[in-house]
Design a protein around this ligand. Structure first.
Ligand SMILES: [Zn+2]
Length: 174
């Protein structure tokens, strides 16, 4: 694992950095933890490793297409490797990604869904689930209530704030 900063891979990182989740255009794939790694394969060809979010989020096919298109447009050579294990969880989101979600009006996942495993990946572990309320991304109030287990997509739940009365999406932890 000493090739992580291989300079020959820097152009790939630069091309991939601006890519975002089509559903959440303010958060990059790297910040979401979907873009896992850019590495040199054993055969000398660069590899871009992505890990899909869970199947309830329909954007993954488009994300993979976006990654391929960005590489091709830049005239670079790399293959896209889809890595299913360890499975993606919302724990992989960086603190910056959570903050951007909130600013975008989506309450970020607040608790860890994966108590075990992932021993070899960096965790940005949020507090344990317990009884922590979901804070309204508009006014910060924790007097909120779930109005539907499914929001604009299956990976979000629909909440309503009891103080400012605004509905908002909550990015469910998983
Ligand atoms: Zn509110």
């Amino acid at each position: 694992m000493t090739v992580a900063h291989d300079e020959s891979l820097a152009p790939l990182w630069a091309v991939l950095e601006p890519l975002t989740d089509p559903e959440i255009p303010v958060v990059s794939l790297r910040e979401l933890g979907i873009l896992r790694e850019v590495r040199m394969g054993s055969d000398g060809q660069a590899e871009v490793v992505i890990t899909p979010t869970y199947s309830g989020c329909p954007a993954m096919g488009q994300i993979e297409d976006d990654v391929r298109a960005a590489i091709a447009t830049a005239g670079l050579q790399a293959r896209v490797v889809t890595q299913l294990s360890p499975a993606w969880t919302t724990d992989w989101m960086t603190p910056a990604a959570r903050e951007k979600l909130r600013a975008y009006g989506i309450a970020p996942p607040q608790c860890s869904s994966a108590p075990t495993g992932h021993a070899n990946v960096i965790r940005f572990a949020p507090p344990p689930c317990s009884t922590q309320p979901i804070a309204c991304p508009q006014c910060g109030s924790t007097r909120t209530t779930e109005t539907s287990p499914f929001g604009s997509t299956a990976c979000k739940a629909l909440y309503r704030c009891l103080d400012c009365l605004e509905p908002f999406d909550y990015f469910k932890p998983y």
